[in-house]
Design a protein. Structure first.
Length: 556
């Protein structure tokens, strides 16, 4: 019997699998991730990917990647490639087990023929509106179609003619013959096939009838030998149909459908339709916009696959829907980046400081620790010169109480460098501060004074001469409300979700930074090199601030 290979927390799905292995029902666990290639994957899909591939990994089984390409009107190729990239980026691989629902079109057609021969499927000639009307409501039973009692021979003939292309789109459909009075509306003679005179990206013009998802999904699972078909709660009502179809045409053992709660995050949306609307309306800059919960957007923002897997593990697997605080996702990322991200200094809003008693033209290289959490990361050399930049908000001409940074007559510590003391403030003709003059104490190299005096403030800086210009994109939540699904979507957009800073300065070591490299800008947060970066232009995205500004999350 295969037992989990890793100490993943138990949940009701693992309990089911453990029972199936102990009883001998299954010897090998086979799961699947079956996305429809009609959009880019998001963090909710990441939870499902981690669950399905994680179960296969832990039980020594396998997980299939299967594209549900039953809708030929979609532009599949771009979506398929992005889905494969996302799954691999998260750390999983399907190996040789890549499948397409279209692989099974011939077999699915034969299963449909079998249902017709059993008298359990019929060709219905009602319009879509009539089918909807005949279906009834949650409180009223449906009515049988006038075409429900066509003979087996007539149904076989009509279905074959549907396949040959003799009818227009919508003229006929194939329906299962189950129970129009069923309290479960899904079981009221659901549609199995519809006519679509559209070329399919993989099968070309071979077919002009295409199977519906409910018919395709269960049979594809069965054909692939899936043992546990894990899906989200919205498919719970469809489970009786899943089981009914298999019982009619496929021998035991059947895959077991198990539903779990989908991921809902506050301050964002997970609906593909709503995400598409955000993209098409120009509210965001494509599917990989760092403000979106898409996996490509999270990757561009600087999220790591390890942080997303950790997040999926922490939220666990439940039977009831709930909303997870976005701050937990950020917390997982901070935990991960704190261990792996090298530190560097950057100034987002520069204010020039002239150290008047430091020799002109002199360059001194000071040692900075790359990551205090990782001694193997080593140190770096930081150029120190007479003119430096500090953060504009680190200086106040008339400081309030408890302001411990630089101010006239006040002394602060420069990170890795010296104590400096403000002696003068230079303003332009409009009264704006354009420069601060300071003196430094050469005896305080490294940040401590031999006479034992203390300073309360430590600030970051970069050399004015050696630092590199950079563009920094600072992101916030895309929506102003915790549940943007309530009300009009675009009315909840946060107008301050993106701030672009064009005059930032970063340490010269950033010259060698590559897209998707991640750093902690000391005191400012974690940042990622954006793919827009070129040899002549450095672009960074703020991945996450050092501390959560929206909610408090206790470390679990």
């Amino acid at each position: 019997m295969n037992k989990p290979l890793s100490p993943s927390p138990s949940n009701f799905i693992r309990t089911i699998i453990d029972g199936d292995l102990e009883s001998g029902k299954h010897k090998t666990i086979v799961t699947r991730f079956p996305p429809e290639p009609n959009g880019y994957l998001h963090i909710g899909h990441a939870k499902s990917i981690c669950l399905n591939f994680g179960l296969a990994r832990d039980y020594g089984g396998r997980c299939h990647l299967r594209f549900d390409d039953t809708n030929p009107t979609r532009d599949y190729e771009d979506y398929m490639e992005s889905i494969k990239e996302d799954v691999r980026w998260l750390g999983f691989d399907w190996g040789e087990h890549l499948y397409y629902a279209s692989d099974y079109f011939d077999q699915l057609y034969e299963f449909a023929i079998e249902l017709i021969k059993q008298g359990k499927a019929y060709v219905c000639s009602l319009t879509q509106d009539e089918i909807r009307e005949y279906r009834g409501t949650l409180t009223e039973p449906g009515r049988e179609s006038p075409y429900r009692n066509r003979s087996v021979e007539e149904n076989l003939d009509l279905f074959e003619r549907m396949r040959k292309g003799e009818f227009a789109d919508g003229e006929h459909v194939l329906r299962a013959k189950i129970d129009m009075a069923s309290p479960n509306v899904v079981m009221r003679d659901p549609i199995l096939y519809r006519i679509r005179h559209v070329s399919h990206p993989r099968t070309g013009d071979k077919w002009c009838i295409y199977p519906m998802y409910d018919f395709t999904h269960c049979l594809s699972d069965a054909l692939e030998g899936i043992t546990h078909s894990i899906c989200t709660l919205e498919f719970e009502n469809n489970r009786p149909l899943y089981e009914w179809i298999l019982e009619q045409v496929f021998p035991e053992p059947h895959p077991q459908q198990i539903e779990f709660a989908r991921l809902n995050l506050n301050y964002t949306v997970m609906s593909k339709r709503k995400l598409l609307r955000l993209v098409e309306s120009g509210v965001v800059n494509g599917w990989d916009d760092p403000r979106l919960p898409t996996i490509s957007g999270l990757r561009r923002r600087g999220y790591t696959p390890e942080a997303i897997r950790d997040f999926a593990e922490r939220i666990g697997v439940a039977k009831a829907n709930s909303v997870v605080d976005y701050a937990l996702l950020e917390h997982c990322l901070r935990d991960d980046l704190n261990e792996r991200a090298e530190r560097t200094m950057a100034v987002l809003r520069p204010l020039k400081v002239v150290i008047t008693n430091y020799p002109e033209g002199q360059v001194e290289y000071l040692e900075g620790v790359n990551n205090p959490q990782d001694p193997a990361a080593g140190t770096r050399q930081i150029p120190f010169t007479r003119e430096i930049y500090i953060e504009r908000e680190d200086f106040e001409e008339d400081p309030p109480k408890k302001f411990f940074r630089l101010a006239p007559g006040r002394e602060v510590r420069l990170r890795f460098a010296y104590f400096i003391k403000c002696t003068d403030v230079i303003k332009d003709e409009m009264g704006n501060i354009i420069e601060v003059h300071c003196t430094y104490d050469p005896e305080t190299k490294g940040g401590s004074a031999p006479d034992g005096r203390k300073v309360k403030g430590t600030i970051h800086w970069v050399s004015a001469e050696h630092s590199l210009p950079a563009e920094v994109r600072v992101y916030d939540h895309l929506f102003t409300t915790e549940d943007p699904n309530e009300g009009e979507l675009l009315e909840n957009i946060n107008p301050n979700s993106l701030e672009i800073i064009t005059d930032a300065r970063v340490e010269p070591r950033m010259r060698s930074a590559k897209p998707f490299d991640r750093f902690q800008f000391e005191r400012l947060g974690y940042f990622c090199v954006d793919p827009d970066t070129t040899e002549d232009r450095l672009v960074f995205n703020r991945t996450v601030p050092l501390r959560d500004t929206w909610a408090k999350v206790q470390k679990s």
